[in-house]
Design a protein around this ligand. Sequence first.
Ligand SMILES: [Zn+2]
Length: 408
Amino acid sequence: MNTDLLLTGISQLATALSPGPKHGTAMGEVLVIPKAALALRAGRIAWCGPQSEWRGVAESTVDLGDRAVVPGLIDPHTHAVWAGDRLSDFEARASGESYESILLAGGGIRSTVRATAAASVEELVALARPRIAALTASGATTIEVKSGYGFTPTAELTSLEAIAILAENTPARIVSTLLIHIPPEDASLRANYIAGVCDELIPKVATRRLATAVDVFVEKEAWRPAEAEQVFRAAKQHGLAIKLHSEQFHAIGGLELGVRMKALSIDHLEACGPQQVEAIASSGTIATILPGVSLHLGIPAAAGRELIDAGAAVAVGTDLNPGSSPLYSVANALALAVRLNGLTPKEALAAGTVNAACALGLGGYGCIHAEAPADFLVLHGNDWRELVYTLGANPVAETWIAGERIAP
Ligand SMILES: [Zn+2]
């Protein structure tokens, strides 16, 4: 075999056994090859295995110096495009003020919406670029980015345009989602808003290919399942996949709707009861959990252990956003999932790679095997478990995307 580049000196190569979703106990089945080598050709993996078994010819060889290699991580849930900040909210909350009083004082999510809607596309790109760079340096080779802080159709389109520019100008693979986030404050305007989303916004987004999925926040203080269903029907009519923010604080039927309508993923799940756990576990929908929110807001963590034990395919995301999860590291999100959601290190690796890929409809990604895109990480250490063990410091030494070393 001829290859462009052979990477040797890999202390351990750890990966899921195959691409595609891993449910339940299959999440813990991780292949660890000691003393491995990895051959790259034209941006893809040409061969991987024990270094002693390599028989090909390489144009060049790089010795990684006894360090571990894992697949590139996939962050399946971020709100990386926003303007303004929530630092005063953070300080007020830490000083004991309630969320309601913060909202009344002009803070909370509506302050982010005001700032984002007032920003130009260039400003949004400039603000988001370092966030994407931080996620990439932390190991994310594919990153989902949602709109959702624009609120008006025009401002939502501006956020999606910013995501499209980021996708063109950053090395990470960017997956864009239209998020229908918060309803109008005046309840009498809700039906009109949904009609505008279904009849105007979604067709525009689909025609201009500005997103591949539509996400709806289903919650007592946000959208009801019946409203979300209308949005999802319009999304499907226009060839877009569907996702949900659901069961974050209350179980009001969002999860059942998502499972019934074959959502790619249902995200949050902190308020799942046994019925919801069973419903998603016996479906093809990915259960995406977001431990950064549990840490930052001090709310109960999603029952990751119970979901996996019931047979669900669990993914983990940062939920990077200013209000509830200022978490700029996808590796740290996995590290938190081990501490807060009860995942084992192997399950966390599956959650951050193959399962996260499926949450974005990218079933071929997240696994190191011959013919896969050459997206992988070189760690600082020689044991792959440092990826999910390390807190604070970055365990990722190098991020490679499509066969190119792009960070640091
Ligand atoms: Zn979110």
